[in-house]
Design a protein around this ligand. Structure first.
Ligand code: SAM
Length: 245
């Protein structure tokens, strides 16, 4: 698997400041993560450590974080060196992960739709299950597999766009473009049906798989007003996911 994020690591980090990231993405994800007291957490597809750091700061006793991109991990380690939180960063492909340790929680903000095909998706889900202690939880943000395939071009006001290759089927390409400061960055992911995700998670050993709606922070409503969020929330490009072993 190529580490496409090596070429856009700095740019991707700049996109994390947008209102939609703050008031919907991060708000939804950290509520899904929930109470971290005493938790050992494995944060997959950690990128430059945006959520790894928040998870540690929110009370996790230990965070290990994994990303396939050496550049993303280098950014994460540079931040760790400047502002140490004791997070262990590892450069690895989640589909081939062989960690010795197990965790109470595995988190992944945008991982599963980077699988190239169903076999890679299954390997990712198997790695996640193998990394969890009995009764452990997996929480994720993912591209929304229930989104109408034709209706993708309405997010410019939020700083990005998303385009499905048609016909849409398991493994077909999703092309993203995002404004990052003064540049436009592009990257690809892959579409899988909701059933395909659920089957892969169930085969890996998860018996309770739930899709979670996005949540908008009260601060986001106060700052931008309800109308600003309408186009995004009426056709959500991402969705939450929670699964238990
Ligand atoms: C959209 S970024 C999200 C980064 C971070 N979770 C965040 O929200 O800021 C997706 C990340 O997934 C990583 N990634 C993609 N495929 C991966 C794989 N097979 N194993 C580990 N990381 C992967 C990419 O390198 C990239 O950093």
């Amino acid at each position: 698997m190529s580490a496409q994020y090596d070429h856009i690591a700095q740019g991707y980090r700049q996109t994390k400041d947008s209102p939609v990231r703050t008031h919907i993405e991060a708000y939804t994800f950290m509520r899904l993560v929930g109470d971290l007291n005493g938790c050992r957490v494995l944060d997959l597809a950690c990128g430059e450590g945006f959520y790894s750091r928040r998870i540690r700061e929110a009370g996790a006793v230990h965070v290990t974080a994994v990303d396939i991109s050496a550049e993303m991990i280098a950014l994460a380690q540079a931040t760790e060196a400047r502002d140490p939180l004791g997070i262990q960063y590892i450069c690895a492909d989640v589909a081939k992960l062989g960690l010795d340790d197990q965790y109470n929680l595995v988190s992944a903000a945008y991982l599963l739709h980077y699988a190239d095909d169903e076999a890679a998706l299954q390997s990712m889900c198997d790695s996640i299950a193998a990394s969890l202690l009995p009764g452990g939880r997996f929480v994720a943000l993912n591209e929304n597999p229930e989104q109408p395939e034709q209706d993708y071009a309405g997010y410019t006001q939020y700083g990005f766009n998303k385009k499905y290759d048609l016909p849409r089927r398991n493994g077909s390409r999703i092309e993203y473009s995002m404004i990052a400061g003064r540049q436009l960055i592009r990257f690809d992911a892959h579409y899988f049906t909701r059933d395909t995700y659920e089957t892969a998670l169930q085969r890996a050993g998860f018996n309770d798989v739930q899709w979670k709606s996005l949540e908008l922070s009260p601060a986001g409503v106060a700052e931008f007003g309800e109308a600003y969020w309408q186009a995004y929330l009426s056709n959500p490009p991402i969705v939450g996911l929670e699964a238990r072993l």
